[in-house]
Every structure is written in C-alpha cells, then in structure tokens.
Design a binder for this molecule. Structure first.
Ligand code: ATR
Length: 282
C-alpha cells in the first residue's frame, strides 16, 4: 500500500520488538481492507518509554499496542485507564485523542473470544477451571474467566505465594472464586476439570517442558495454552492425542488486536483462517 499524506499511523512498542507478530497481523488487515495507513514495530528502551509515547502522540499517531516490558509503565502513563485494565494491572492498547492517552487491556477479550470461537460448547458458568501460572499473562486470563461467568478457578503456581497475592488481588469484587493449590498437586487438581489453561512459559520454544500428567483430566475438558510458539505445545499435543478439545494460543493474539485496529483505523477487522496462516508463515 502506497501511503498518502493523510495516512493513519499506529504501531507496537516493546523492547525487544523484532519477534513481534503484530506488524504482520495489522499489516494483513490494512492490505486486505485497502486502508491508507501503517502499523510499525517500535523498539523502545524502558528509560525512553514516556518520551517516545509523547513523541508518537505529538506526531499524529492514532495510538499503539504495548508489549513486554512496558505494560505496567503504560498503565502509569495513560491519562485515562479503563477499569478492566486497572483490574489486570496492565495496559496493552493506547488510543491518543486530542492530546490525551486512553489505556485499555484487550488481552482478556482476546483470550475469551479465542475460546468462544475454538470451543463453542464450553459452558463458562459451570466450568471448573484450572489455571497454571500466576505471572502477567495469568492476570488477564483470570479476569477474563471471571467476567465470562466462571465461578470456580483453581490457581496453581510454582511459587505459591505469588498465586496467593494474585488470588487475593482479583477475588475482591468479583464473582469467580479463586482457590490456590500447590504446584506439586497440579496433576491431582485436574480431576473433574472442565477447562485447563496454561499461562506459564513452560512448553514455549527454548523453555523447559511443562511436566504434567493428564491421567486424571476428563476427556471432556477443553485445554488451551497462551503459548503459541510452537502452535501445538507439548501440552496441547498430548491433550489432543487423548481426545480432549484443544484451543491454541495464536487466536488470543489475533483477537486481542481487533479493538485497537478498529480504534486507530476505523474498521472492524475479522479473524479468519487466512489471517492465521499468514501470521504463522511470518
Ligand atoms: P508472563 O508475563 O508471560 O506470565 P511471568 O510473569 O514471568 O511471565 O510468569 C511466568 C510464569 O511461568 C509464572 O507463573 C512462573 O512461575 P513462578 O511464579 O513460580 O516464577 C511460571 N514458570 C516459569 N518457569 C517455570 C518453571 N521452570 N516451573 C514452573 N513454573 C514456571
């Protein structure tokens, strides 16, 4: 696409940023929809975060996505932050308007949309859910599950204390009850589980494998992983082999991008099989 002088601009801020799939993802939509606009990878060091954001705002950017390690700094930076992003404690989408910055978090939306598309019959209200991991990704997932109506969440993390802090933090004012279990008991808590979510980095390319026995996991349980490199993690591969419904993590990335794209470029984009293939090829 050749840009005009009126081209709309957005991008993704991270450090590093070269691994990010977001420019390819937004670029696909811009091209497919024939939009006069660009979405750029922006490598910004943490100490330059605020200066860079102000610079982008005054340069006429519509806004940016924010990724590691800037999501908490983005929350502190924004003039207005939506309540969901405050609950999660991180901002991943910023919209600039009239010299002010509005922060939101679309990771929870992306997680749920991906599950709704990939496991249509899942009844969130009745789903006993096990969440592995209590890091940054886990916060978005738990808030998403609570808002989708999940009442019973079992949170398992290697560092129990971190899970307890997160559970205490996210329990107040929300319906979904969070029970903390020990990492050593992770195989046992799978008994009777309807939804299993891995939010740890285990199983990601270059990381150690997730050691988990699925012997007690019902065959009816839906299994999903926020890791999408590899697309079929060892956990998803094992679950699929024994007949569980699996939902890979790529869809979360694709769906979380939708609200930002609409805000910056003015068109609602859709997640299609072609888009998935295109993003995976890059
Ligand atoms: P992210 O933002 O991707 O969630 P993070 O905040 O660093 O990244 O969290 C990583 C998660 O993977 C944590 O739940 C972490 O467990 P700890 O809280 O005990 O660190 C989990 N994790 C990473 N390496 C692990 C390992 N070798 N065994 C078990 N859990 C691990």
């Amino acid at each position: 696409m050749i840009l005009s002088g009126k081209a709309r601009l957005a991008g993704v801020i991270g450090w590093p940023i070269s691994h990010s799939k977001s420019p390819r993802l937004h670029g696909y939509w811009l091209e497919a929809l024939g939009i006069d606009g660009a979405y750029l990878p922006l490598a910004i060091e943490p100490e330059n975060f605020e200066t860079a954001l102000k610079g982008l705002m005054y340069s006429g950017f519509g806004g940016v996505n924010v990724t590691v390690p800037h999501k908490e700094a983005a929350l502190a930076f924004c003039d207005e932050v939506d309540p969901l992003a405050k609950r999660i404690g991180a901002v991943n989408t910023i919209v600039f308007k009239h010299g002010r910055s509005h922060g939101s978090n679309t990771d929870a939306f992306g997680f749920i949309e991906n599950l709704r598309q990939g496991a249509e019959s899942l009844d969130f209200f009745a789903a006993k859910t096990v969440v592995l991991g209590a890091g940054g990704a886990s916060r978005g997932v738990i808030v998403a599950l609570q808002d989708a109506g999940v009442k019973n969440i079992i949170l398992v993390n290697r560092t129990r204390e971190r899970a307890e802090v997160l559970a205490a933090d996210l329990s107040s004012g929300a319906d979904g009850m969070i029970t903390v279990a020990d990492w050593e008991d992770r195989n046992d808590v799978l008994n009777g589980c309807d939804l299993l979510v891995n939010t740890t980095s285990l199983g990601m390319a270059g990381q150690p494998p997730l050691e988990l026995s699925l012997d007690k996991l019902p065959k009816s349980c839906v299994v999903t992983d926020v890791v999408y490199a590899p697309l079929i993690t060892p956990l998803l591969g094992l679950a699929e082999k024994r007949g569980n419904k699996i939902v890979d993590g790529l869809g979360m990335l694709l769906h979380q991008a939708r609200p930002g794209f609409e805000a910056w470029f003015g068109v609602k984009p859709v997640v299609t099989e072609d888009l998935r293939k295109f993003v995976l090829e890059g």
